[in-house]
Ligand binder design. Structure first.
Ligand code: ADP
Ligand code: ADP
Length: 226
């Protein structure tokens, strides 16, 4: 089970900046939840706390049954996809996708199988020998998704993954990510400032405002988008 629970989770960057006010949130196993809200409302900070990239000032964070406050990102059973892809420019697509498995010393035959499976699902099979610079933005974002996928994480964390794509591609990739979520049957936590993206992708939407959770509901029932 990969529900994610936040209990009175708070983030203080300094005296004057409380980015996340005590936040209670239950993310269900296998759901696609979207954090939406204006710039600076605390979406990214919340996601990064779940990822373990940002320390929690107060409160408890649970993934499944475990309290993970003090676990490093690599021990949390999560994988994160960033807006800027964060690919390794000098590695091939194959090596980019398989890198984390190599770090974990997964044996070559299994690594190869997992990389090829992910590439197949994401339509990247013909690009494995290329370097990131020779791919389009959409293809690069697929590589980033592939790199997350091969880890078989319980929870996918996606921080504005489509913001760098042009409008047309963004719409196409929305559908792809929703399809991927269905296929993988894992929990997706997705951050965006784009309300159309939130409405078309989320099972539920958490609206944040100034560090508070303002609403949380299905897209149909959210009464006011920021
Ligand atoms: P969002 O993702 O909704 O745009 P953030 O989580 O990035 O919002 O930021 C929430 C608040 O925390 C903002 O006021 C922002 O300026 C502040 N903040 C974010 N990161 C840092 C940081 N590393 N140091 C200090 N303040 C930060
Ligand atoms: P190295 O040991 O040189 O770092 P790896 O262990 O990552 O290389 O991978 C070597 C093996 O992985 C190759 O023999 C091949 O089976 C597979 N492989 C690596 N890159 C590719 C690629 N671009 N396309 C297909 N298979 C690849």
């Amino acid at each position: 089970m990969a529900e994610v629970k936040l209990r009175q989770v708070t983030k203080r960057y300094d005296e004057d900046t409380v980015a996340v006010k005590p936040l209670d949130l239950d993310i269900k196993d296998k759901e696609f939840i979207v954090f939406v809200g204006p710039s600076g409302c605390g979406k990214s900070t919340t996601l990064r706390m779940i990822a373990g990239l940002e320390r929690i000032s107060d409160g408890g964070l649970y993934i499944g049954r475990d309290i993970v406050n003090h676990l490093a990102p690599k021990d949390r059973d999560i994988a994160m996809v960033f807006q800027n892809y964060a690919l390794y420019p000098n590695m091939t697509i194959y090596d980019n996708i398989g890198f984390s498995l190599k770090m974990k010393k997964i044996k070559k035959s299994e690594r190869d199988e997992r990389v090829r499976e992910a590439a197949g699902i994401l339509g990247l099979s013909d690009f494995l020998d290329r370097k990131p610079a020779s791919l389009s933005g959409g293809q690069r974002q697929r590589v980033a998704l592939g790199r997350a996928m091969v880890r078989n994480p319980k929870v996918f964390l996606l921080d504005e993954p489509l913001s760098n794509l042009d409008a047309k591609l963004r719409v196409a990739m929305r559908a792809e990510i929703v399809k991927l979520h269905r296929k993988l049957e894992t929990t997706f936590v997705y951050v965006t400032h784009d309300q159309t993206e939130a409405m078309t992708m989320g099972d539920r939407i958490a609206v944040l405002n100034d560090g508070y959770l303002e609403q949380i509901d299905t897209p149909f029932n959210v009464y006011e988008y920021p």
